[in-house]
Design a binder for this molecule. Structure first.
Ligand SMILES: [Zn+2]
Length: 393
């Protein structure tokens, strides 16, 4: 702890991204500015946070000397989502269609309200429809003088080459457990031991680390999943574990989307002036049908996201076993269940554990690429993970 606490800047929220911060600060000070940026990095590395920090730095009252002070009115309104010249588009709502992008392109052609830049952050540029990309491309090819586009995507391959080639690239890396733990302690006041364990378990995903550190339910769910490999000693146990993941992840996904669904319905009703038992405008029914369809797609995506995370937690257990068998001396991702990992090392060869990781990825592919229902994919996966006969505990 330093004696004098420095006020946090917008950059402090970007965990373990020193190189990216350096480039963005320089650009906000006038060195290497571009009208189009592409932020890439693995899930949870903070792509959209980096874009928003950069947006704040561009609007900051202390730019160009000290861009992104975090204290001025501009910085605070950008991060608070109320700055007139910064728009943030996210698909945690609905898919990014051409209509939305056309509206954005139209407003991008206007001058900013204030003296500086007009910034448009597109959080999931990889989820743009093809038509939407084409609409966007024109705007990026002939940018208005003071408009800046910031696109976010997991990797450069997720964005069409025509878009990519017009953007300056910012690559975020997976933050180290140490960086993540330090952030949890400094930002959220999480006790050090808990911060260290959440940081290891999150494997560099900041949002996940925060949830693990702050929410006992999240920790409980993860603990249940990573305890599974040591339980898979009978067919019945395999089926029970598969059912459990399918069920718990569905509940978690519903908790995430339920409130949002209800709010969107209220907004839609308000937009069409619909009151209970009242007359409905002719356009209302198709708009409602469209909304319900989008919500269903989103619920399915969320469910798969949650299942996917459980699978990655399982992978981390087998990876720990492989690491331990190969004589690695550092801390395991799942240090808390070292006894389970040791048992895995004793009862299975490293080859088998690597094979198991392969089977988990296969199940993942079946769900994500081939639409196999999660319950089914999880069952056959768990059965293949089963411990060799005679390895019971
Ligand atoms: Zn500022």
């Amino acid at each position: 702890m330093t004696a004098v606490q420095q006020a946090p800047t917008v950059w402090d929220g970007l965990v373990g991204q020193r190189a990216a911060i350096k480039a963005l600060r320089a650009a906000a000070s006038g060195h290497g500015m571009s009208h189009a940026w592409l932020f890439t990095g693995p899930p949870g590395s903070g792509r959209s946070n980096a874009a928003m920090a950069f947006a704040a730095a561009l609007q900051c009252d202390r730019a160009p000397a000290e861009p992104g002070c975090g204290q001025c009115h501009a910085c605070r309104t950008v991060l608070g989502g109320t700055h007139a010249d910064v728009k943030r588009i996210s698909t945690s709502g609905l898919s990014l269609g051409v209509r939305l992008v056309r509206d954005l392109v139209r407003s991008a052609s206007l001058s900013p309200v204030g003296q500086r830049w007009q910034v448009i952050v597109v959080e999931d540029a990889d989820r743009l429809t093809e038509q939407a990309v084409n609409a966007l491309l024109k705007a990026i090819e002939e940018p208005a003088e003071r408009t800046v586009w910031m696109l976010c995507a997991p990797t450069v391959e997720d964005v069409l080459p025509t878009v990519r080639s017009r953007c300056r690239l910012v690559t975020l890396s997976t933050p180290s457990p140490r960086d993540v733990a330090g952030f949890l302690v400094a930002r959220d006041g999480v006790p050090e031991a808990l911060a260290a364990s959440a940081a290891r378990a999150s494997q560099g995903h900041i949002g996940r680390a925060r949830a693990l550190a702050r929410d006992p339910e999240t920790r409980k769910r993860r603990n249940e999943v990573v305890a599974m490999p040591a339980k898979l000693t009978s067919l019945g146990a395999c089926m029970r574990c598969a059912a459990r993941i399918a069920e718990v992840s569905k509940e978690e996904a519903e908790a995430l989307t339920g409130d949002l669904d209800a709010r969107e319905k209220v907004d839609l009703d308000a937009a069409y002036g619909v009151v209970e038992r009242g007359r409905r405008p002719r356009e209302y029914a198709p708009a409602l049908a469209e909304l319900l369809k989008e919500q269903k797609t989103r619920a399915k995506r969320r469910h798969l996201d949650v299942v996917d995370r459980a699978l990655m937690d399982l992978v981390s257990v087998y990876r720990d076993a492989v690491a331990l068998a190969s004589g690695a001396t550092g801390e395991l991702v799942n240090e808390e269940i070292r006894a389970d990992i040791e048992w895995l090392v004793e009862t299975s060869s490293p080859e088998l554990n690597l094979q198991r990781i392969g089977w988990i990825f296969e199940a993942r592919e079946q769900m994500l690429e081939f639409n196999v229902p999660p319950a089914l994919a999880l069952e056959s996966m768990m059965v293949s993970l089963r411990a060799p006969d005679g390895a019971g505990r």
